[in-house]
Design a binder for this molecule. Structure first.
Ligand SMILES: NC(=O)c1ccc[n+]([C@@H]2O[C@H](COP(=O)([O-])OP(=O)(O)OC[C@H]3O[C@@H](n4cnc5c(N)ncnc54)[C@H](O)[C@@H]3O)[C@@H](O)[C@H]2O)c1
Length: 261
């Protein structure tokens, strides 16, 4: 399936912000949205966001979403450029460390929560006022099936938080015309990352085993016994972001070959 041949006008006239759009799932979502006629703002803390934006005719906003001031600046820049935000895809996140919970330091636990929960919480807080004022909006959060997974417990907890804020924001802002939904990807194949998450290279056989164990557990939990593709993740995110999903809110959709997280 080519992303350029399906739903060509599904996002015509829609202003869409995608965070973490310089690579991986975020870039795949941005490519699909561009093929489906969205006006795009791409947010990322890597300068590679400019390359993605040039490829897709999008507006690039370099910003670090791990602080509220970064998220607020990114949303302000998106509103300044396109006037309103119809859809926000909160994709920034990703596990940094892979090891048993008791091996995590306090600083490492804090870093996982900051990367994979606070980025989404800050971005929702920054974007919701303009959505409620205009009386419509869609927020799609990218969670994870690692809510039930091993060797990245702080990340699992962060994504459990994303699921909770998705359900509760949907409840609180339904009357304001805002839908809040999420996908929970399973393991997803991607080209080697140009932008590192900061994951340390395993130094010992034990560290390599700890890393491998989370892959084995992810594969075992998938009924299809394989990783997904970037296109399979983007397809679900774009469906939830679109008007086709107008009766869906507060829902977390697992996209993980049958692993429910
Ligand atoms: N890849 C998987 O197998 C998988 C599985 C389940 C869930 N997910 C979730 O999907 C999302 C995307 O995953 P991915 O593997 O494509 O990620 P990735 O690490 O490949 O890319 C993340 C992007 O976000 C950007 N980013 C990171 N921190 C940022 C910050 N503080 N501010 C702004 N930009 C920042 C990076 O520069 C990068 O472009 C994440 O939320 C991740 O938790 C991924």
């Amino acid at each position: 399936m080519s992303v350029t041949t399906v739903h060509a006008d599904r996002f015509a006239g829609k202003n869409v912000v995608v965070t973490g759009a310089a690579q991986g799932i975020g870039l795949a979502v941005a490519r699909r949205l561009a093929a489906e006629s969205a006006r795009l703002t791409l947010v990322d803390r890597s300068e590679l966001v400019h390359e993605a934006a040039a490829e897709l005719g999008a507006h690039a906003v370099p910003a670090d979403l791990e602080s509220y001031t970064g998220a607020e600046a990114a949303i302000t820049a998106a509103l300044g450029h396109h006037g309103r935000i119809d859809v926000l895809v909160n994709n920034v996140g990703g596990a940094i460390n892979f090891k048993p919970f008791t091996e995590f330091t306090a600083a490492e636990i804090q870093a996982e929560i900051t990367r994979s929960l606070l980025t989404t919480l800050w971005s929702c807080r920054a974007a919701l006022p303009s959505m409620t004022e205009q009386g419509h909006g869609v927020i799609v959060n990218v969670s994870s099936c690692a809510t039930r997974g091993i060797h990245r417990i702080p990340y699992s907890a962060a994504k459990g938080g994303v699921n909770a804020l998705t359900a509760s924001l949907a409840l609180e802002y339904a009357d304001a015309g805002v839908r809040v939904v999420a996908t929970a990807p399973g393991g997803t194949e991607a080209p080697p990352r140009k932008i590192s998450r900061g994951t340390p290279t395993p130094r010992t056989a034990q560290e390599r085993d700890w890393f491998q164990a989370h892959i084995d557990q992810t594969l075992a939990a998938s009924l299809l016994k394989r990783y997904g593709t970037l296109d399979e993740q983007a397809a679900a995110i774009c469906f939830l972001a679109s008007e086709e999903a107008s009766y869906i809110t507060g829902t977390v959709l697992p996209v993980a070959g049958g692993d429910l997280g």
